[in-house]
Design a protein around this ligand. Structure first.
Ligand code: FA5
Length: 333
C-alpha cells in the first residue's frame, strides 16, 4: 500500500492530482485508515507490528506529499511567471487613432469661444413645429420666405428645422432675461450643390439684456472671427433682411489666407471677403411673442454655417466631401 501510494504521489503532476492521491491513500475511507481501525481486533503481538508499520507508512506518505506539494507549487508559480512575463523592450502595438470632423472642429472652436464669454449651450429638436420654425419668428403661413428656405415638410404641421433660430424662441420661452446662449445643431433644406447640402449645421447665438446694441453684436462677431480664423482677420457687416431681426446684417470675414490681395486665392477667389452667416438685432415683435418686455430689453442674434466656415478654414472646395465619409479625406484633420 505504501509503495503504491508513494508511486501515486510521484506521478501526480498538478496540485489537483496530488490532492486526489492524498484523499485516496490517507483519507477517511483509505486502506490505511481501514487497517488502523482493524488493529483493535488483532491479537496482541500483531497489534504492535501492524500499528508501527501503518504509522510509519502514514508518515512516509505524508512526508512525500508535503515535499511534492512544495515542488509542484514552485513549478506552477514559475510557469505562471514565465507566461505572464512582459518584455518591456518590445516595440508597442500602434492602434488607429480617430480625428475630429472638420465641421466639428469649427463647432467646438466657436462654442468654446462663447462659453468663455459666459454663454450657455442650448439645444432644440431637429423635427420642429411649423410655429417655432416660422410663425414665432415673424414668418406667418403663406409668407414667401417659407418657400425661400426650401423646407422639408412632414405631416401634422411638422418640418425638418431649416435653421437653428427656433431654439432662440424655445430658450426665451423657458428663461427670463438676461439670456446668453449658443445653439449648435443640424438643420435641413432641399439644397444640393458645391456649397449647399440637404443636411448642414448652424450655430445660433442669442444675447438679450438691457441696453444691448448693434455695436455689441459687431464686437462679439469680430472677436469670434479672430478666435476661429486668426488674429489678423477683420469683419464686415452688410445690410440684409431677416424677418426676425431689425436691422439685419450679413457677416463677412476678411480672407484669412490672402487678406483680399490675391485674385488667384483658392479660399476667397480674390473677393477678399467670405460670407459666414446672418445676424441682427432681435425684432421687438419676436421678443413680444415670447412675453419679454421689448421696452426694457433688446438683443442680438446670429446664425453661422460652421460647414462653410470649415471649408474656408481648411481650404476645402466642395461641401459634399464632408459627408462622403472618405477616410483619406477625414484623416487630414
Ligand atoms: C438663417 O438661417 C438665419 N436663421 C440666420 C440668422 C440667425 C439671422 C439669427 C439673423 C439672426 P441663412 O439662410 O442665410 O440664415 O443661413 C445662415 C447660414 O447657414 C448661411 O450663411 C450658410 O453658411 C449656412 N447655410 C445655409 N444653407 C446651407 C446649406 N444648404 N448648406 C450648407 N450651409 C448652409
Amino acid at each position: 500500500l505504501k509503495t503504491e501510494a508513494l508511486a501515486a504521489v510521484e506521478r501526480a503532476d498538478s496540485t489537483a492530482a496530488l490532492e486526489e492521491a492524498r484523499v485516496r491513500y490517507l483519507g477517511r475511507s483509505s486502506g490505511l485508515v481501514e487497517i488502523k481501525k482493524s488493529i483493535g481486533s488483532l491479537p496482541v503481538e500483531e497489534k504492535k507490528t501492524v500499528g508501527r508499520s501503518s504509522n510509519e507508512a502514514t508518515r512516509a506518505i505524508e512526508g512525500a506529499l508535503r515535499e511534492k506539494v512544495e515542488r509542484l507549487a514552485a513549478e506552477e508559480r514559475e510557469a505562471r511567471l514565465r507566461e505572464e512575463a512582459v518584455d518591456v523592450t518590445l516595440p508597442g502595438v500602434p492602434f488607429p487613432k480617430g480625428s475630429f470632423h472638420p465641421t466639428q472642429i469649427v463647432i467646438d472652436d466657436v462654442v468654446d469661444f462663447f462659453v468663455g464669454l459666459g454663454y450657455r449651450v442650448a439645444e432644440g429638436p431637429e423635427v420642429e413645429t411649423d410655429y417655432y420654425n416660422f410663425t414665432a419668428l415673424g414668418i406667418p403661413p403663406g409668407h414667401p420666405a417659407r418657400s425661400m428656405q426650401d423646407t422639408f415638410f412632414l405631416d401634422d404641421g411638422l418640418v425638418m428645422r431649416t435653421h437653428t433660430s427656433p431654439v432662440q424662441v424655445r430658450t426665451m420661452l423657458a428663461t427670463e432675461p438676461p439670456v446668453y446662449v449658443v445653439c449648435p445643431g443640424r438643420t435641413y433644406r432641399r439644397d444640393s450643390d458645391p456649397t449647399h447640402t440637404p443636411m448642414f449645421n448652424q450655430i445660433e447665438g442669442l444675447a438679450v439684456d438691457r441696453e444691448i446694441t448693434l455695436a455689441d453684436l459687431k464686437g462679439t462677431l469680430a472677436a469670434m472671427a479672430r478666435h476661429v480664423f486668426g488674429e489678423s482677420v477683420e469683419i464686415r457687416l452688410r445690410p440684409s433682411y431677416f424677418q426676425f431681426t431689425e436691422p439685419s446684417v450679413e457677416l463677412d470675414v476678411s480672407c484669412f489666407l490672402c487678406g483680399g490681395r490675391d485674385s488667384s486665392c483658392k479660399v476667397c477667389k480674390g473677393a477678399g471677403w467670405l460670407e459666414m452667416g446672418g445676424a441682427g438685432m432681435v425684432d421687438p415683435e419676436v421678443l413680444g411673442n415670447v412675453g419679454y418686455d421689448a421696452e426694457e430689453y433688446t438683443g442680438f442674434a446670429f446664425g453661422f454655417g460652421p460647414d462653410r466656415m470649415a471649408m474656408v478654414k481648411f481650404g476645402i472646395p466642395d461641401l459634399r466631401m464632408f459627408f462622403e465619409g472618405d477616410l483619406r479625406f477625414l484623416r487630414q484633420f
